[in-house]
Design a protein around this ligand. Sequence first.
Ligand code: 5AD
Ligand code: FES
Length: 361
Amino acid sequence: MFNVNAMLDENITITEIESWLRQENAAELEKLWAAADRVRRENVGDEVHLRGLIEISNYCVRSCAYCGLRKENKQLDRYRMSAEEVIECAHKAHKLGYGTVVMQAGEDYGIRAQWLADIIKTIKNELPLAVTLSMGERPQEDLCLWRKAGADRYLLRFETSDLKLYKLIHPDLANKTSDRFAILKFLRELGYEVGGGVMIGIPGQSCASLANDIDMFRKCDFDMIGSGPFIPNLLTPLGTGELKPDIAPADQVPATELMCYKVVALARIVCPQANIPSTTALATLNKETGRELGLSRGANVVMPNCTPLKYRVKYEIYPGKACINETAEQCQMCLAGRIYSIARTIGKGQGGRIRTRINAD
Ligand code: 5AD
Ligand code: FES
């Protein structure tokens, strides 16, 4: 047997990552949780940063086989918030004590680049907030314009590093190959803090490829790493099983809560200083304690939803989403209680990527 402790640092090998992903023994897994929690505490401390999420539009030009916003889904009632509504939400996020707003949408070219740039400028002028964008694979000039307008961070999950699977579940747009790693590199060059991430348990995803995803977190040195379970959406080909990637059952990553904690913990271990959310998709699998367990096993961020309720129900990427009917105020109260219940504190300020250990002892 190798020394278990020797494996649990930044230099963990891909093979060791994969064996943790396959580990089922509860006593062994306790070591993984403890290591991730220690690395989290030593590197980013006990603060949990809250990011107010504003889902500004559910239009999308893409055809992702897993996502309810895909353009082929005619059953979804589409909306796009007005600039005034978005700015009002940002003010609400600030009032609730959040240091960041995350503006997310489908890949919606009805969101004109200049329109969003003006919103970013207004928010940056009126409020002391960090602005994070999650707008999909927009052209370079848009990403550039938004950075100049003051956007601080950009989230773009690469979903899976298995390029064959990626192509299958994420069709290209006409005559343009989707290369999210290239976009993430470009975002970094523009000076954004950059967030990548994956879905866990995508049909066709193997433990070996998920281990490689985690190695990519390390290689890309992401500032933020988002992950969550694949949740079947019956209005999508991957959700109904109409699209069925070929894989040996023994290799398939299960889309379980346990697997999600392993990914959060391993992400923390390979990227000690990254901001890592305990995601809504994870809370969807376990509404009672999912958020807290994520935070206790490596995560240090939560993204409470600030989207007006009438729009939020329409942002249906997958069904059964946690917090779908809770107001922003209710989520804020609920999360504060959950954070204090595990002896953590609510982060102050913008909570950007730190590059020094804050609590080495
Ligand atoms: N289940 C879980 N997560 C999903 N996402 C999209 N569709 C699903 C689904 N069916 C995630 C993707 C995307 C993010 C915005 O939501 O990882 O990047
Ligand atoms: Fe939304 Fe608990 S976080 S209700």
